[in-house]
Design a protein around this ligand. Structure first.
Ligand SMILES: NC(=O)c1ccc[n+]([C@@H]2O[C@H](COP(=O)([O-])OP(=O)(O)OC[C@H]3O[C@@H](n4cnc5c(N)ncnc54)[C@H](OP(=O)(O)O)[C@@H]3O)[C@@H](O)[C@H]2O)c1
Length: 300
């Protein structure tokens, strides 16, 4: 910067200088935040999940995201506890995983999250007794069958949303956490939703979005509570893009994203395993990347 330029700046009124300094710092912080995000999301090497423990517990592993998680975790060398409501589907997924990754040990817990939660939690506790569960994936969740005004949400749907999304997730976490605390290590990943974190509101899905808001805040609080105990906690905000024509444009990004899969250390976690799920909707982490919930967790 030559002298005339400095003189020009110094000759400006004080309020202009003050505003420029504030603007400069704002820009500086924005750049730092952006580059930190790029580093965490794309560049930082993934953690070795086996360092958390040799077992992972996944709820809702028989379809969609939970199924993808189960495959990814098995691929990373973890043994699995699969918690779901349908014995046949659980066995099917278990067989598929064992066919693909021969060495994976798998235990199944049959539990309907709409049924007797205490019974189910007891079965989980019995199954995990003595196992070093390093990773918990709180994936199970339900949504509205279709958009509804709040006054149209019937009691069954209302109770189901709260029971699965809030109560079930909370109680499974409470069942698994003591073991992690004893071993002073673990990772708890709960699947939230863009409906609660990315968009400012999600009308016609009010109760669903609110339950996912609970998951987000629950995860943030646990993150702070247990950080010093060696337990990492993340809420993954998932959104979907229904726009089929853009699929091929976005697909390369999805592949990059998938390569970054299961980086509990920082970035977004899951993705649909090839062949597991439908192409019509793609799990979009891009919204998740922007979410404040993951943001806090990014600093795991
Ligand atoms: N997909 C999205 O675009 C999206 C967007 C935002 C958030 N999410 C969240 O991501 C998570 C997974 O979504 P997804 O689309 O992968 O779901 P999905 O394909 O419908 O799979 C749901 C899984 O949960 C199980 N499940 C459902 N109800 C259950 C119950 N009462 N008891 C025990 N297991 C039950 C299902 O078992 P069955 O196979 O027996 O049915 C299945 O394994 C959910 O928490 C969801 O809210 C998804």
């Amino acid at each position: 910067m030559d002298l005339s330029c400095i003189e020009y700046i110094l000759s400006q009124p004080i309020w202009v200088l003050l505003l420029s300094v504030i603007g400069f710092f704002h820009l500086f912080i924005t750049f730092i935040t952006f580059f930190t995000w790029v580093f965490i999301t794309f560049l930082r090497p993934a953690k070795n999940l086996k360092n958390y423990g040799s077992w992972a517990l996944v709820t809702g592993p028989t379809d969609g995201i939970g199924k993808a998680f189960s495959f990814q975790l098995a691929q990373k060398g973890l043994n699995l506890i699969l918690v779901g409501r349908n014995t046949n589907k659980l066995k099917e997924v278990s067989n598929e995983i064992q066919t693909k990754f021969g060495k994976t040990q798998i235990k199944i817990v049959v539990m309907d999250f709409l049924g007797d939660l205490s019974e189910g939690i007891k079965r989980i506790e019995e199954t995990i007794e003595g196992l070093d569960i390093g990773v918990l994936i709180n994936n199970v969740g339900m949504c509205y069958p279709y958009a509804k005004f709040f006054h149209e949400v019937d009691e069954e749907l209302l109770n189901g949303l709260i029971k699965i999304n809030v109560e079930g997730t909370t109680k499974v976490t409470q069942a698994v956490l003591p073991g992690m605390l004893k071993r002073k290590k673990g990772a708890i990943v709960s699947i939230g939703s863009g409906a609660a974190i990315v968009v400012p509101s999600d009308p016609l899905y009010a109760v669903y979005a609110a339950t996912k808001g609970y998951i987000d805040q629950f995860s943030k609080c646990l993150y702070v509570e247990y950080k010093k105990s060696g337990i990492d906690v993340q809420c993954q905000a998932v959104s979907q893009l229904f726009v089929l024509p853009v699929w091929h444009l976005i697909y390369p990004l999805v592949r990059i994203y998938r390569r970054n899969t299961i980086k509990v250390s920082g970035s977004i976690v899951c993705g649909y395993e090839d062949g597991i799920n439908q192409e019509i909707f793609l799990l979009c982490t891009f919204s998740g990347w922007l979410c404040s919930g993951c943001h806090a967790m990014d600093r795991l």
